[in-house]
Ligand binder design. Structure first.
Ligand code: XMP
Length: 516
């Protein structure tokens, strides 16, 4: 593995997607915050290319992130994406114009000049769909550059200076909605930077197991299990590294899906030889959440309670120093920016932003560099059964964030029942594996209905089902009319407390997958 790509991060929500795309091409990549790039780092012979990420700032803002000119003097190929493109253009004497109208979402681009970056993606006279998300754009291209692609709204959608090996795109090749986006990145990594591509998940597993051994030594680790893929793979991974020094804990919060506890016990007893402690704490969670309806507060209360329980349990054991969590990269990036404080908090994932400031246990988060689909690949390497790897993701704070508004046991039971019916019907229809995540949400308002000869005044259940590759972007799943009506009927008929069912058709962005 003697080649790497440096991604200079300006705080985009999707920077890590660039890193994982590059890993898919078998090339090691490192994300470096824009203010931590040194000459030393780049003088390393292994660095074959640099990518400048997007970011939420405008190059015109006073304190907008910048990079030093020495980056351009290394003769290392550079690709700027969105903000990265604008920065290159500005630093080479071009002009960037701000516009009040954001260009956001899918748009079509066409080829203006042949380029190694766009090879086999764009051909003359044929438009291709890309994903844009910007309000600034290049209005005057720097002298030494040429336009290689454009759209109706954006004259300089892609530019190049082939002599200096500098390239830039206004759109985001790293997101799945850009058709041929992977190919563009691959053209850059393989053809322009000349990387050969030998990195893979087997290699990552070996490295990460060594890292865990180094970090933990002879101490013990407790690992919170939620029934989801992430915590299961985390436990399997740590088990491979430290064996009997791992103790898994399943906290029954009362906020789990139907049969969750039973399934977890089965898995860990049948498939793994891992110690499992079950702690029943449902009453505690319900009392702490009583009357709290602000989603961020709910997440933080749940995070805090989890930690309290884990710390208490750890104290009762001998020599436990670490708390392991299945935190993934999207959880980290949406909770807080670790890089240059430039990205914006979307929500506090309970296992990241919801943690108390002071904790006795050190955190062990071996998956924090990975995306969900990569975790599934890693799970396969670790022999985690397919049935568990293919389960739909479930958030740490559980049903509490799908019961909008304040949480109480009665409504959680209603929600859990509706959710189990929806999932059962999806499985019976053979759709479960085609969908990234499907679930029910209960709205905190009552509506009037009529059942039999009686008036009802009950809750609304929202059905949500999305497709996604990595949870960063998502599209709604299109059920047939007949199927969705069957779900609505069955839920209303079988779940007292619900008299209306709606289907959510919001993609991410602008929505999130969960409601809170
Ligand atoms: P959003 O709602 O942010 O969700 O679009 C993206 C993915 O993350 C899951 N999610 C969470 N997972 N702790 C978790 O472990 C959390 O607090 C949390 N919140 C959201 C969500 O279910 C989806 O798969």
């Amino acid at each position: 593995m003697n080649e790497s790509i440096i991604i200079i991060d300006f705080g985009s929500q999707v920077t890590k997607l660039i890193a994982r795309r590059i890993r898919e091409f078998g090339v090691f990549s490192q994300i470096i915050p824009f203010n931590q790039v040194t000459r030393n780092l780049l003088s390393n012979n292994f660095v074959k290319g640099i990518i400048l990420s997007g970011g939420p700032k405008s190059v015109h803002e006073k304190n907008s992130p910048k990079i030093d000119d020495f980056i351009y003097e290394q003769e290392i190929p550079i690709l700027g994406i969105c903000y990265g493109l604008q920065l290159i253009a500005k630093q080479f004497g071009g002009k960037i114009t701000s516009s009040k109208d954001r260009e956001f979402g899918k748009t079509q681009i066409k080829l203006n000049k042949k380029s190694p970056l766009l090879e086999n993606v764009l051909i003359p006279n044929k438009k291709v769909q890309v994903w844009m998300s910007h309000s600034d754009k290049i209005s005057i291209i720097p002298n030494s550059f040429e336009k290689i692609a454009s759209s109706d709204n954006c004259e300089f959608a892609a530019i190049q200076n082939q002599k200096k090996k500098l390239y830039g795109v206004q759109f985001h090749p790293e997101v799945v909605h850009t058709i041929g986006g992977k190919k563009i990145l691959k053209n850059f990594i393989r053809n322009i930077c000349g990387c050969s591509g030998k990195w893979n998940m087997k290699f990552f597993k070996k490295k990460i197991i060594e890292d865990i051994k180094m970090q933990v030594g002879k101490d013990k680790v407790i690992c919170g299990l939620s029934g989801g893929v992430d915590s299961t793979v985390t436990a399997a991974l740590i088990n491979s590294a430290i064996g009997k020094n791992l103790i898994c804990v399943f906290v029954d919060t009362g906020l789990m899906r139907e049969n969750e506890g039973k399934e977890i016990k089965n898995l860990f007893q049948k498939n793994f030889n891992i110690k499992l402690k079950v702690i029943n704490s449902a009453n505690n969670f319900f009392s702490k959440l009583k009357g709290k309806s602000d989603p961020e507060k709910k997440r933080k209360i749940i995070g805090k309670e989890f930690i309290k329980i884990f710390e208490k349990f750890a104290l009762e054991q001998n020599n436990v120093k670490f708390l392991a969590q299945g935190t993934l990269y999207p959880d980290v990036i949406e909770s807080l920016s670790k890089v240059g404080k430039t990205s914006v908090t979307i929500k506090s994932h309970h296992n990241v932003g919801g943690l108390p400031k002071k904790m006795r246990l050190k955190l062990l988060e071996p998956l924090s560099e990975l995306f969900k689909d990569e975790v599934r690949l890693l799970g396969k390497e670790l022999n985690v059964p397919e049935a568990f790897l293919n389960r739909h993701p479930f958030p740490g704070p559980g049903l509490a964030i799908r019961l909008l508004g304040s949480v109480n046991e009665k409504n959680i039971k209603i929600l859990r029942k509706a959710d189990s019916i929806f999932i059962k019907l999806i499985k019976e229809e053979g759709l479960y594996e085609k969908i990234w995540q499907a679930f029910c949400v209960l709205l905190p308002v009552n509506t009037v209905g009529v059942m039999g000869d009686n008036r009802t005044y009950e809750k609304i259940c929202v059905l949500r089902a999305v497709t996604s590759i990595d949870g960063m972007t998502a599209e709604t799943y299109k059920f047939s009319d007949e199927f969705i009506k069957r779900c609505a009927n069955e839920i209303i008929n079988r779940v007292p407390g619900i008299n209306r069912v709606c289907y959510d058709i919001t993609s991410k962005p602008p929505g999130t997958i969960e409601f809170e």
